[in-house]
Design a protein around this ligand. Structure first.
Ligand SMILES: [Zn+2]
Length: 97
């Protein structure tokens, strides 16, 4: 089974990413063999739906597409779609206020 690795944050390549140990904060670090740089993924999906919702929202605000968000956070697009749906519901509630 192929592991779901993120795209490089520097050169956006997909097939040259290797795991590179954990940062002191516990965040997974990655190494790109293409541009030979390391980067961290804001990947805190494990068990924390509130966090991922906040991150999806922040990335949407930055103008990222759902594909980019799923790659950045390292979760499937289905999960991103679900969170975008939740965000939409939240926004609608605000509008109706
Ligand atoms: Zn790279």
């Amino acid at each position: 089974m192929k592991e779901n690795l993120p795209v490089c944050h520097h050169c956006s390549k997909m097939d040259c990413i290797r795991k590179h140990g954990l940062a002191r904060s516990g965040v997974q670090r990655y190494y790109c063999t293409s541009c030979k740089r390391t980067f961290q993924v804001r990947y805190i999906y494990l068990g924390n739906e509130t966090n991922i919702l906040r991150q999806v929202k922040a990335l949407l605000d930055e103008g990222k597409s759902r594909v980019e968000i799923s790659q950045t956070l390292g979760v499937s697009q289905g999960i991103i779609d679900r969170h975008i749906y939740l965000i939409t519901l939240e926004e609608e509630e605000k509008v109706g206020d």
